[in-house]
Design a protein around this ligand. Sequence first.
Ligand SMILES: NC(=O)c1ccc[n+]([C@@H]2O[C@H](COP(=O)([O-])OP(=O)(O)OC[C@H]3O[C@@H](n4cnc5c(N)ncnc54)[C@H](O)[C@@H]3O)[C@@H](O)[C@H]2O)c1
Ligand SMILES: [Zn+2]
Ligand SMILES: [Zn+2]
Length: 376
Amino acid sequence: MRTRAAVLREMGRAGPYADTHPLSVEEVDLDPPGPGEVLVRNAAAGLCHSDLSVVDGARPRPMPMVLGHEAAGIVEEVGAGVTLVRPGDHVVYSFVPMCGACVPCQSGRVVLCEAGAAANARGELLGGGRRLSADGAPLNHHLGVSGFAERSVVSAASLVPVGDTIPLAKAALFGCALATGVGSIVNTAGVRPGESVAVFGLGGVGLSAVMGAVLAGASTVVAVDAVPAKLELATQAGARHTVLAGEHTVEQVRDLTGGGVDWAVECVGSAAVLAQAYASARRGGAAVAVGLPHPSQVLEIPAVSLVAEEKRIIGSYMGSAVPRRDVPRMIAAYEAGRLPVDLLDSGSLELDEVNVGLDRLASGAAVRQILRLSVD
Ligand SMILES: NC(=O)c1ccc[n+]([C@@H]2O[C@H](COP(=O)([O-])OP(=O)(O)OC[C@H]3O[C@@H](n4cnc5c(N)ncnc54)[C@H](O)[C@@H]3O)[C@@H](O)[C@H]2O)c1
Ligand SMILES: [Zn+2]
Ligand SMILES: [Zn+2]
Protein backbone atom coordinates (compact mmCIF):
# COMPACT_ATOMS: atom_id res chain seq x y z
CA MET A 1 0.00 0.00 0.00
CA ARG A 2 0.97 3.64 -0.22
CA THR A 3 1.45 5.81 2.85
CA ARG A 4 2.69 9.36 3.51
CA ALA A 5 5.92 9.48 5.47
CA ALA A 6 8.70 11.91 6.45
CA VAL A 7 11.91 10.67 4.80
CA LEU A 8 15.45 11.77 5.74
CA ARG A 9 17.92 11.20 2.88
CA GLU A 10 20.96 13.09 4.16
CA MET A 11 22.17 13.83 7.70
CA GLY A 12 23.86 17.07 8.74
CA ARG A 13 22.00 19.54 6.53
CA ALA A 14 22.16 22.97 8.22
CA GLY A 15 19.07 24.81 9.49
CA PRO A 16 16.77 26.59 9.58
CA TYR A 17 15.02 23.34 8.69
CA ALA A 18 11.84 25.18 7.65
CA ASP A 19 13.94 26.46 4.72
CA THR A 20 16.32 23.55 4.05
CA HIS A 21 13.72 20.73 4.45
CA PRO A 22 15.88 17.80 5.61
CA LEU A 23 12.68 15.76 5.97
CA SER A 24 10.69 15.29 2.81
CA VAL A 25 7.06 14.29 3.29
CA GLU A 26 6.12 12.00 0.43
CA GLU A 27 4.07 8.99 -0.64
CA VAL A 28 6.09 5.81 -0.11
CA ASP A 29 5.37 2.10 -0.47
CA LEU A 30 4.61 -0.04 2.57
CA ASP A 31 4.65 -3.83 2.31
CA PRO A 32 2.00 -5.85 4.17
CA PRO A 33 2.98 -7.29 7.57
CA GLY A 34 4.99 -10.50 7.41
CA PRO A 35 4.85 -13.26 10.03
CA GLY A 36 5.08 -11.78 13.52
CA GLU A 37 4.46 -8.27 12.20
CA VAL A 38 1.66 -5.74 12.53
CA LEU A 39 0.27 -2.91 10.38
CA VAL A 40 -0.61 0.10 12.54
CA ARG A 41 -2.55 3.18 11.51
CA ASN A 42 -0.69 5.93 13.36
CA ALA A 43 -2.62 8.56 15.30
CA ALA A 44 0.18 10.73 16.65
CA ALA A 45 3.95 10.97 17.00
CA GLY A 46 6.03 13.18 19.28
CA LEU A 47 9.15 15.05 18.13
CA CYS A 48 12.01 13.89 20.38
CA HIS A 49 15.56 15.20 20.43
CA SER A 50 16.72 11.75 19.30
CA ASP A 51 14.92 12.39 15.97
CA LEU A 52 16.69 15.76 15.71
CA SER A 53 20.00 14.02 16.51
CA VAL A 54 19.62 11.84 13.42
CA VAL A 55 18.82 14.92 11.30
CA ASP A 56 21.85 16.88 12.55
CA GLY A 57 24.15 13.85 12.49
CA ALA A 58 24.76 13.58 16.25
CA ARG A 59 23.27 10.08 16.22
CA PRO A 60 24.28 8.60 12.87
CA ARG A 61 21.89 6.10 11.29
CA PRO A 62 21.76 4.38 7.88
CA MET A 63 20.18 6.58 5.19
CA PRO A 64 17.58 7.00 3.78
CA MET A 65 15.30 6.59 6.79
CA VAL A 66 11.70 7.30 7.78
CA LEU A 67 12.11 8.97 11.19
CA GLY A 68 9.97 8.89 14.31
CA HIS A 69 10.12 6.55 17.30
CA GLU A 70 7.64 7.98 19.85
CA ALA A 71 4.16 7.25 18.50
CA ALA A 72 0.81 5.55 19.03
CA GLY A 73 -1.90 4.18 16.80
CA ILE A 74 -4.55 1.56 16.12
CA VAL A 75 -3.79 -1.94 14.85
CA GLU A 76 -5.16 -2.40 11.34
CA GLU A 77 -3.88 -5.83 10.31
CA VAL A 78 -1.77 -8.57 11.88
CA GLY A 79 0.62 -10.97 10.16
CA ALA A 80 0.72 -14.73 10.66
CA GLY A 81 1.25 -15.90 14.21
CA VAL A 82 0.56 -12.60 15.97
CA THR A 83 -1.47 -13.14 19.15
CA LEU A 84 -0.47 -10.02 21.14
CA VAL A 85 -2.93 -7.67 19.41
CA ARG A 86 -5.95 -7.68 17.11
CA PRO A 87 -7.25 -5.09 14.64
CA GLY A 88 -8.75 -2.17 16.57
CA ASP A 89 -6.38 -2.44 19.53
CA HIS A 90 -4.60 0.72 20.67
CA VAL A 91 -0.81 0.48 20.83
CA VAL A 92 2.23 2.54 21.82
CA TYR A 93 5.58 1.73 20.24
CA SER A 94 8.65 0.63 22.12
CA PHE A 95 11.74 1.97 20.33
CA VAL A 96 13.62 -1.21 21.20
CA PRO A 97 12.03 -4.44 19.95
CA MET A 98 12.48 -7.26 22.46
CA CYS A 99 13.50 -10.68 21.11
CA GLY A 100 12.90 -12.45 24.43
CA ALA A 101 15.75 -14.89 23.82
CA CYS A 102 19.08 -13.05 24.27
CA VAL A 103 20.96 -12.75 27.56
CA PRO A 104 19.67 -9.23 28.46
CA CYS A 105 16.08 -10.22 27.57
CA GLN A 106 16.37 -13.40 29.63
CA SER A 107 17.61 -11.37 32.59
CA GLY A 108 14.71 -8.93 32.38
CA ARG A 109 16.71 -6.05 30.87
CA VAL A 110 14.70 -6.06 27.68
CA VAL A 111 15.64 -2.58 26.44
CA LEU A 112 19.20 -3.88 26.13
CA CYS A 113 17.99 -6.63 23.75
CA GLU A 114 20.94 -7.59 21.54
CA ALA A 115 18.93 -8.57 18.48
CA GLY A 116 16.81 -5.43 18.91
CA ALA A 117 19.87 -3.16 19.09
CA ALA A 118 21.40 -4.85 16.03
CA ALA A 119 18.18 -4.50 14.00
CA ASN A 120 17.85 -0.84 15.06
CA ALA A 121 21.46 -0.15 14.04
CA ARG A 122 20.82 -1.68 10.60
CA GLY A 123 17.54 0.22 10.15
CA GLU A 124 15.64 -3.07 9.88
CA LEU A 125 12.71 -4.66 11.69
CA LEU A 126 13.49 -7.29 14.31
CA GLY A 127 12.66 -10.11 11.91
CA GLY A 128 15.06 -8.66 9.32
CA GLY A 129 14.54 -6.49 6.27
CA ARG A 130 12.57 -3.37 5.52
CA ARG A 131 8.90 -2.92 4.66
CA LEU A 132 9.25 0.66 3.43
CA SER A 133 10.49 1.71 -0.01
CA ALA A 134 10.42 4.59 -2.47
CA ASP A 135 10.65 3.96 -6.23
CA GLY A 136 11.73 0.39 -5.48
CA ALA A 137 14.64 1.42 -3.22
CA PRO A 138 14.37 0.36 0.45
CA LEU A 139 13.93 2.97 3.18
CA ASN A 140 15.34 2.25 6.63
CA HIS A 141 13.16 2.04 9.73
CA HIS A 142 13.96 4.37 12.62
CA LEU A 143 14.32 2.25 15.77
CA GLY A 144 11.90 -0.34 14.36
CA VAL A 145 9.08 2.22 14.37
CA SER A 146 9.28 4.96 11.68
CA GLY A 147 6.34 6.73 13.29
CA PHE A 148 6.47 9.94 11.22
CA ALA A 149 4.11 8.23 8.79
CA GLU A 150 0.41 7.63 8.43
CA ARG A 151 0.97 3.89 8.73
CA SER A 152 3.80 1.67 9.99
CA VAL A 153 4.57 -2.03 9.68
CA VAL A 154 6.52 -3.18 12.71
CA SER A 155 7.50 -6.32 14.57
CA ALA A 156 4.93 -7.22 17.23
CA ALA A 157 7.97 -7.11 19.54
CA SER A 158 7.95 -3.30 19.11
CA LEU A 159 4.40 -2.91 20.46
CA VAL A 160 2.85 -2.21 23.84
CA PRO A 161 -0.96 -2.64 24.00
CA VAL A 162 -2.42 0.24 26.03
CA GLY A 163 -6.22 0.06 26.10
CA ASP A 164 -8.41 2.88 24.89
CA THR A 165 -8.93 5.06 27.96
CA ILE A 166 -6.12 7.50 27.11
CA PRO A 167 -6.16 9.68 23.96
CA LEU A 168 -3.58 8.35 21.49
CA ALA A 169 -1.90 11.77 21.13
CA LYS A 170 -1.13 11.59 24.85
CA ALA A 171 -0.31 7.88 24.86
CA ALA A 172 2.42 8.41 22.22
CA LEU A 173 4.59 10.31 24.72
CA PHE A 174 4.77 7.33 27.05
CA GLY A 175 6.80 5.37 24.49
CA CYS A 176 9.85 7.61 24.81
CA ALA A 177 9.65 10.76 26.99
CA LEU A 178 7.80 9.16 29.90
CA ALA A 179 9.34 5.69 29.68
CA THR A 180 12.81 7.26 29.55
CA GLY A 181 12.42 10.10 32.05
CA VAL A 182 10.25 8.45 34.70
CA GLY A 183 12.08 5.17 34.15
CA SER A 184 15.47 6.79 34.79
CA ILE A 185 14.20 7.71 38.25
CA VAL A 186 12.15 4.70 39.30
CA ASN A 187 14.05 1.93 37.51
CA THR A 188 17.65 3.01 36.87
CA ALA A 189 18.19 5.11 39.98
CA GLY A 190 15.49 3.55 42.16
CA VAL A 191 15.01 6.88 43.95
CA ARG A 192 13.62 6.38 47.44
CA PRO A 193 11.34 8.71 49.42
CA GLY A 194 13.34 11.53 51.00
CA GLU A 195 16.25 11.43 48.57
CA SER A 196 17.30 14.49 46.57
CA VAL A 197 17.36 14.70 42.77
CA ALA A 198 18.71 17.26 40.29
CA VAL A 199 17.61 17.09 36.67
CA PHE A 200 19.75 18.80 34.01
CA GLY A 201 17.84 19.58 30.79
CA LEU A 202 14.07 20.02 30.91
CA GLY A 203 12.81 18.82 27.54
CA GLY A 204 10.27 16.02 27.25
CA VAL A 205 12.69 13.57 28.85
CA GLY A 206 13.98 15.83 31.66
CA LEU A 207 10.53 17.12 32.66
CA SER A 208 9.38 13.51 32.80
CA ALA A 209 12.32 12.81 35.11
CA VAL A 210 11.19 15.70 37.33
CA MET A 211 7.68 14.20 37.41
CA GLY A 212 9.14 10.79 38.20
CA ALA A 213 11.19 12.20 41.07
CA VAL A 214 8.10 13.84 42.58
CA LEU A 215 6.14 10.59 42.10
CA ALA A 216 8.94 8.65 43.84
CA GLY A 217 8.75 10.95 46.87
CA ALA A 218 12.04 12.81 46.44
CA SER A 219 12.42 15.41 49.20
CA THR A 220 14.05 18.00 46.97
CA VAL A 221 14.01 18.25 43.20
CA VAL A 222 16.30 20.80 41.57
CA ALA A 223 15.59 21.52 37.90
CA VAL A 224 18.28 23.01 35.63
CA ASP A 225 17.90 24.39 32.11
CA ALA A 226 19.29 27.17 29.94
CA VAL A 227 15.78 28.34 28.94
CA PRO A 228 13.77 30.20 31.64
CA ALA A 229 10.36 28.98 30.36
CA LYS A 230 11.50 25.39 30.97
CA LEU A 231 12.21 26.24 34.62
CA GLU A 232 8.62 27.46 35.00
CA LEU A 233 7.30 24.16 33.62
CA ALA A 234 9.53 22.24 36.04
CA THR A 235 8.10 24.24 38.95
CA GLN A 236 4.60 23.30 37.79
CA ALA A 237 5.76 19.67 37.64
CA GLY A 238 6.76 19.88 41.30
CA ALA A 239 10.43 20.91 41.33
CA ARG A 240 11.25 22.76 44.55
CA HIS A 241 14.22 24.73 43.17
CA THR A 242 15.24 25.85 39.70
CA VAL A 243 18.65 26.90 38.40
CA LEU A 244 19.26 28.79 35.16
CA ALA A 245 22.23 26.99 33.59
CA GLY A 246 25.36 29.12 33.58
CA GLU A 247 28.87 29.38 34.98
CA HIS A 248 27.88 28.55 38.55
CA THR A 249 25.38 25.75 38.01
CA VAL A 250 27.26 23.18 40.06
CA GLU A 251 27.79 25.48 43.07
CA GLN A 252 24.14 26.52 42.99
CA VAL A 253 22.87 22.93 42.98
CA ARG A 254 25.27 21.98 45.76
CA ASP A 255 24.35 25.02 47.86
CA LEU A 256 20.62 24.37 47.47
CA THR A 257 21.01 20.78 48.64
CA GLY A 258 23.51 21.03 51.47
CA GLY A 259 26.51 19.72 49.53
CA GLY A 260 25.03 17.89 46.56
CA VAL A 261 22.22 15.60 45.50
CA ASP A 262 21.76 11.86 45.83
CA TRP A 263 20.92 11.59 42.12
CA ALA A 264 21.94 14.00 39.33
CA VAL A 265 20.22 13.12 36.08
CA GLU A 266 21.62 14.41 32.75
CA CYS A 267 18.89 14.84 30.11
CA VAL A 268 20.67 17.19 27.67
CA GLY A 269 23.01 14.98 25.65
CA SER A 270 26.28 16.74 26.51
CA ALA A 271 29.37 15.22 28.11
CA ALA A 272 30.15 18.63 29.66
CA VAL A 273 26.72 18.71 31.32
CA LEU A 274 27.18 15.10 32.46
CA ALA A 275 30.41 16.24 34.16
CA GLN A 276 28.43 19.02 35.88
CA ALA A 277 25.82 16.50 36.99
CA TYR A 278 28.55 14.29 38.41
CA ALA A 279 30.06 17.26 40.25
CA SER A 280 26.62 18.11 41.66
CA ALA A 281 26.19 14.67 43.22
CA ARG A 282 27.09 14.46 46.89
CA ARG A 283 29.56 12.02 48.42
CA GLY A 284 28.04 8.61 47.81
CA GLY A 285 25.73 10.06 45.16
CA ALA A 286 25.38 9.19 41.49
CA ALA A 287 25.08 10.78 38.09
CA VAL A 288 22.52 9.14 35.79
CA ALA A 289 23.34 9.55 32.08
CA VAL A 290 20.18 9.77 29.98
CA GLY A 291 21.06 12.28 27.22
CA LEU A 292 22.80 10.90 24.13
CA PRO A 293 25.92 12.97 23.26
CA HIS A 294 27.60 12.86 19.85
CA PRO A 295 29.82 9.72 19.73
CA SER A 296 32.95 11.90 19.60
CA GLN A 297 32.30 13.43 23.02
CA VAL A 298 34.44 12.17 25.90
CA LEU A 299 33.57 12.50 29.59
CA GLU A 300 36.26 13.96 31.86
CA ILE A 301 35.88 13.52 35.60
CA PRO A 302 38.36 13.33 38.51
CA ALA A 303 38.92 9.56 38.60
CA VAL A 304 39.82 9.42 42.28
CA SER A 305 36.39 10.74 43.32
CA LEU A 306 34.84 7.43 42.22
CA VAL A 307 36.81 5.78 44.99
CA ALA A 308 37.36 8.33 47.73
CA GLU A 309 33.81 9.70 47.53
CA GLU A 310 32.13 6.45 46.38
CA LYS A 311 30.45 8.31 43.54
CA ARG A 312 28.90 6.51 40.58
CA ILE A 313 27.89 7.13 36.99
CA ILE A 314 25.06 4.98 35.65
CA GLY A 315 23.72 4.82 32.11
CA SER A 316 19.97 4.71 31.53
CA TYR A 317 18.62 3.57 28.17
CA MET A 318 14.84 3.89 27.72
CA GLY A 319 14.61 4.30 31.47
CA SER A 320 15.81 0.71 32.03
CA ALA A 321 12.15 -0.05 31.32
CA VAL A 322 10.23 -3.22 30.76
CA PRO A 323 7.93 -1.45 28.32
CA ARG A 324 4.91 -3.77 28.57
CA ARG A 325 5.05 -3.48 32.37
CA ASP A 326 6.00 0.18 32.72
CA VAL A 327 4.06 2.00 29.98
CA PRO A 328 0.66 0.78 31.27
CA ARG A 329 1.73 1.57 34.86
CA MET A 330 2.79 5.09 33.91
CA ILE A 331 -0.46 5.64 31.99
CA ALA A 332 -2.37 4.52 35.10
CA ALA A 333 -0.37 7.00 37.21
CA TYR A 334 -1.24 9.76 34.70
CA GLU A 335 -4.92 8.80 34.78
CA ALA A 336 -4.83 8.87 38.58
CA GLY A 337 -3.55 12.46 38.44
CA ARG A 338 -0.04 11.60 39.65
CA LEU A 339 1.97 12.48 36.50
CA PRO A 340 1.20 15.94 35.04
CA VAL A 341 1.97 14.83 31.49
CA ASP A 342 -0.13 17.63 29.97
CA LEU A 343 2.76 20.00 30.82
CA LEU A 344 4.81 18.38 28.03
CA ASP A 345 2.32 19.39 25.33
CA SER A 346 3.69 22.18 23.11
CA GLY A 347 0.89 21.89 20.57
CA SER A 348 0.27 19.78 17.50
CA LEU A 349 1.52 19.90 13.92
CA GLU A 350 0.53 18.40 10.60
CA LEU A 351 3.01 15.91 9.13
CA ASP A 352 3.89 18.51 6.47
CA GLU A 353 5.04 20.90 9.23
CA VAL A 354 7.62 18.49 10.66
CA ASN A 355 10.62 20.62 9.59
CA VAL A 356 9.21 23.67 11.37
CA GLY A 357 8.83 21.49 14.44
CA LEU A 358 12.50 20.49 14.26
CA ASP A 359 13.49 24.19 14.36
CA ARG A 360 11.37 24.77 17.47
CA LEU A 361 12.88 21.74 19.17
CA ALA A 362 16.44 22.79 18.26
CA SER A 363 15.94 26.30 19.64
CA GLY A 364 14.64 25.01 22.97
CA ALA A 365 11.28 26.73 22.39
CA ALA A 366 9.17 23.55 22.46
CA VAL A 367 8.91 20.55 24.74
CA ARG A 368 6.87 17.87 22.93
CA GLN A 369 5.18 18.80 19.65
CA ILE A 370 2.74 16.15 18.49
CA LEU A 371 2.38 15.31 14.81
CA ARG A 372 -1.25 14.55 13.92
CA LEU A 373 -1.30 11.53 11.64
CA SER A 374 -4.09 9.49 10.14
CA VAL A 375 -6.55 8.83 12.97
CA ASP A 376 -8.93 11.63 14.01
N1 LIG B 1 18.44 7.38 27.17
C1 LIG B 1 17.43 7.27 26.32
O1 LIG B 1 16.89 6.17 26.15
C2 LIG B 1 16.93 8.46 25.60
C3 LIG B 1 15.61 8.48 25.10
C4 LIG B 1 15.15 9.66 24.51
C5 LIG B 1 15.96 10.76 24.39
N2 LIG B 1 17.25 10.67 24.84
C6 LIG B 1 18.15 11.80 24.77
O2 LIG B 1 17.86 12.64 25.88
C7 LIG B 1 18.20 13.98 25.57
C8 LIG B 1 17.01 14.87 25.84
O3 LIG B 1 15.94 14.59 24.94
P1 LIG B 1 14.69 15.60 24.85
O4 LIG B 1 13.84 15.09 23.74
O5 LIG B 1 14.12 15.84 26.18
O6 LIG B 1 15.46 16.92 24.34
P2 LIG B 1 15.04 18.46 24.32
O7 LIG B 1 15.79 19.10 23.23
O8 LIG B 1 13.54 18.56 24.31
O9 LIG B 1 15.53 18.98 25.74
C9 LIG B 1 16.87 19.27 26.05
C10 LIG B 1 16.87 20.42 27.05
O10 LIG B 1 18.21 20.68 27.45
C11 LIG B 1 18.33 22.07 27.64
N3 LIG B 1 19.74 22.44 27.67
C12 LIG B 1 20.57 22.69 26.61
N4 LIG B 1 21.80 22.97 27.06
C13 LIG B 1 21.76 22.90 28.42
C14 LIG B 1 22.74 23.09 29.44
N5 LIG B 1 24.00 23.40 29.17
N6 LIG B 1 22.35 22.92 30.73
C15 LIG B 1 21.06 22.60 31.04
N7 LIG B 1 20.11 22.42 30.10
C16 LIG B 1 20.46 22.57 28.80
C17 LIG B 1 17.51 22.65 26.51
O11 LIG B 1 17.15 24.01 26.74
C18 LIG B 1 16.30 21.73 26.50
O12 LIG B 1 15.26 22.19 27.33
C19 LIG B 1 18.67 13.96 24.11
O13 LIG B 1 20.08 13.80 24.09
C20 LIG B 1 18.00 12.70 23.58
O14 LIG B 1 18.67 12.19 22.44
C21 LIG B 1 17.73 9.56 25.46
ZN1 LIG C 1 12.93 9.68 21.99
ZN1 LIG D 1 16.62 -9.89 23.22
